[in-house]
Design a protein around this ligand. Structure first.
Ligand SMILES: Nc1ncnc2c1ncn2[C@@H]1O[C@H](COP(=O)(O)OP(=O)(O)O)[C@@H](O)[C@H]1O
Ligand SMILES: [Mg+2]
Length: 267
């Protein structure tokens, strides 16, 4: 493997260097030699929509890394390609060019070279999603929204205890018996975050998670996403056009006209 494709060592990314080494996805172990290994690397990703005269390049060779224990914010104006990039990195939309390298049980693999069924399995097992519109199931209580994820993953071990612990850690126990219609927008989004975290994913992808909320609820949502990264060692990618989220994140990328660059954070 050439140097360009190897896992990068951590650079100045705005978070303490934690000396963490990933063994398998989502399992972070050991105090090592002051380096930290990325769990996902998007390399020179290109995406074009349309044909002929309506052809439009939405992403121009975009490259970024996600690390365990970090919240990355991807900002950019509406229509700049943020959701497209998130969908490619999370295995939902195929890029025209480039690679999405992930760690699969110690092996580096391109998500988009996997067979579709394998990619689906990988995504089910390792990624959690949070959307602006919550996407909760109307008939289920908050607690059942979490339990059903463990069911779908075929992961029944200690499921009651794990759901209890997570709801307690996120301060959501009092909501557990309520259905979406009985919850406020902020409450729904906090349950959606709990649902994304219940299987202990290596990655959490959040597309405009605060856009439908007032600022107080937006801050609560960002606190939970920080907890997902800093306590549970998930690699969290938040997509937003809201500048107010900057103080809550560890790394900031800006996307404009399909060009991606890393930017600084407020001191
Ligand atoms: N399936 C599609 N077909 C054609 N154009 C699309 C499609 N999805 C998105 N686009 C266009 O690509 C651009 C980027 O979209 P998107 O990734 O949703 O941006 P953002 O999330 O930053 O608002 C927009 O101009 C949008 O209209
Ligand atoms: Mg979008």
């Amino acid at each position: 493997m050439d140097h360009e494709q190897g896992w990068p060592k951590v650079t100045a990314t705005g978070i303490k260097q934690l000396s963490i080494k990933t063994t398998t996805l989502g399992m972070v172990s050991g105090m090592g030699n002051g380096t930290k290994t990325a769990v996902l690397r998007g390399v020179r990703l290109v995406k074009t929509y349309g044909d002929g005269d309506s052809r439009r390049v939405v992403l121009h060779e975009c490259t970024l890394e996600l690390y365990p224990g970090q919240v990355v914010l991807l900002m950019g104006p509406s229509g700049s390609g943020k959701s497209t990039l998130l969908a490619i990195l999370s295995g939902l939309l195929e890029p025209d060019e480039g690679q999405v390298l992930v760690d699969d049980e110690g092996q580096l693999r391109d998500l988009w070279q996997m067979a579709p069924a394998e990619r689906d399995r990988y995504r089910r097992r390792h990624t959690g999603f949070v959307f602006q519109g919550y996407n909760l199931l109307p008939a289920l209580t908050a607690r059942q929204q979490l339990e059903i994820v463990l069911h779908w993953c075929g992961d029944y071990r200690d499921s009651r205890r794990r759901v209890d612990e997570l709801l307690e850690r996120l301060g959501l126990q009092q909501l557990q018996g309520k259905k979406p219609a009985q919850l406020s927008g902020g409450e729904k989004q906090r349950i959606a975050i709990a649902r994304a975290l219940v299987k202990n994913p290596a990655f959490v992808f959040a597309d405009e998670p605060t856009s439908a909320l007032d600022w107080e609820n937006g801050q609560r949502v960002m606190e939970l996403l920080r907890l997902a990264a800093h306590e549970r060692q998930a690699a969290v990618l938040v997509v937003s056009h809201d500048q107010r989220l900057l103080p809550y994140v560890d790394v900031h990328y800006h996307l404009e006209d399909g060009y991606l660059e890393e930017r600084g954070l407020p001191a």
